[in-house]
Design a protein around this ligand. Structure first.
Ligand code: DOR
Length: 433
């Protein structure tokens, strides 16, 4: 299946020197060099536009190498590196450092995202142009919104000239305050300070105004409320250059997930009401929301078990995203498989401007093989990620990624799972060279 080409069916896919050479019903390999993946799904490698790798500075939470393994295990052939590391990725030097770490880790493609402001402090612009020349694909101060209107406008002008998107974490800190969860009845009952939906939408409206005025491409990260979906829908109708993102957790969970003060479901923006969740799903289906990204945000078990108020915000997602979404949105009939795959591959690749997210001849053979049929249980203990902080632990799911290929090469540590699946399907790998 390749949504970028509108392709779905039984095909052979030929790879020559890491490049897709041909996709056709019957390709003759002369009986050599083929893998029979009958009964499995082949899709473009998934692309995650929102991944926190934590290195440099927070290696106890995650490293570039452990994140790369988690990505390959989850079916991602491309991930991004968010800049809220220590030091913050706000200069060319740190983009270059990250690129070296990514090369050493191998396995998947890692695309750096620089900070908007120095130290993500929202006061002075970061070295945006130099970072882009060094390979940064976008900028963001994710983890915080950009409060300073003038600074944001200046950053947008840079982004417009450099042809990159500005990724915004919409959160008005004055409105969010010390909030710990969605502001509503449940927060009152639990005695926790709430984060109103307006903390997101107030900044979103300002951002859209500036995007419309500057013509910069604005990408709004992790939408959480029905109001935000409505605002984006209208902005798109008005022709504002905006794209929008939602996470698997905001699509599948509500504030009820924190009822037992389970910090594994504590993140920013917070999980909101059932009506908000429904609006996000509708927005995804009608195209208001362009992509699904994980916001993979690993934290240590010690940090997450400090008690709800003191635990940091964030959940991991690389090793759960595809199966939880396939099981709960596609198998239930809400979304087509092709739509899900497109929002996790072609669309994020297009926003980042990277030549991936499809299986057309001439493209690098980045692809993921998925077993849609066998049910299994998500178990954070066997994650490759250092972060085990997921509210999806123990969920029964379908749609296990069994092999990820990047540039035609399998991400080696995972070929064992793939061989196991082929064996149980009664098939053999047949690679003679
Ligand atoms: O929950 C979150 N955690 N939201 C963010 O925006 C940042 C992230 C993190 O870096 O931990």
């Amino acid at each position: 299946m390749d949504p970028a080409q509108g392709l779905q069916g039984i095909y052979d896919l030929q790879i020559n020197n890491g490049i897709v050479a041909n996709v056709a019903p019957n390709i003759d390999t002369g009986g050599k060099n083929f893998i029979n993946v009958h009964n499995l799904l082949v899709i473009p490698g998934l692309v995650d536009m929102h991944t926190h790798l934590r290195e440099p500075g927070f290696e106890e939470k995650e490293t570039v190498a452990t994140a790369a393994r988690a990505a390959a295990a989850g079916g991602y052939s491309s991930i991004t590196a968010m800049p809220n590391t220590n030091p913050v990725m706000d200069s060319k030097t740190i983009v270059e450092h990250l690129t070296l770490l990514a090369m050493r880790a191998g396995l998947v493609r890692i695309w750096p995202v620089g900070a908007i402001s120095k130290g993500s402090r929202g006061v002075e612009l970061a070295e945006i142009e130099e970072m882009v020349r060094a390979g940064a694909r976008a900028v963001t101060d994710d983890g915080r919104g950009v409060a300073n209107d003038g600074l944001l406008r200046e950053a947008m002008l840079y982004c417009k000239n450099l042809g990159i998107p500005l990724l915004e974490h919409c959160e008005d800190e004055a409105l969010a305050g010390e909030g710990q969860m969605h502001e509503g009845q449940l927060a009152i009952r639990l005695g926790l300070p709430g984060i109103p939906a307006a903390a997101e939408s107030a900044m979103l409206i300002r951002d859209l105004r500036l995007a419309a005025e500057t013509g910069a491409r604005l990408h709004v990260m992790h939408l959480s409320s029905s109001e935000s979906v409505k605002i984006i829908r209208q902005a798109k109708a008005d022709g504002v250059p905006v794209t929008a993102e939602v996470t698997p957790h905001h699509l599948l969970l509500t504030e009820e997930a924190v009822i037992d003060l389970d910090a594994r479901a504590k993140m920013k923006p917070p999980l909101r009401s059932a009506a908000d969740r429904q609006a996000l799903c509708e927005g995804l289906r009608d195209g208001t929301i362009d992509i699904i990204a994980t916001d993979h945000a690993p934290h240590t078990a010690a940090e997450k078990s400090r008690g709800f108020r003191d635990a940091p915000f964030g959940v991991v997602g690389l090793e759960t995203a595809f199966p939880v979404l396939f099981t709960n949105l596609v198998r239930t009939g809400f979304l087509t498989l092709s739509s899900l795959v497109g929002k996790m591959s072609r669309n994020p690749a297009a926003i980042l401007g990277i030549p991936h997210g499809g299986l057309a001849p001439g493209m690098a053979a980045d692809l993921t093989i998925i077993d849609l049929k066998k049910e299994y249980i998500l178990d954070s203990r066997i994650f490759h990620s250092r972060g085990k902080n997921t509210p999806f632990d123990g969920w029964r799911v379908y749609g296990r990624p069994v092999l990820t290929l990047v540039g035609g090469y399998p991400a080696e540590p995972f070929t064992k799972i793939f061989d196991e699946v082929l064996r149980t399907n009664g098939q053999l790998r047949n690679i003679s060279t």
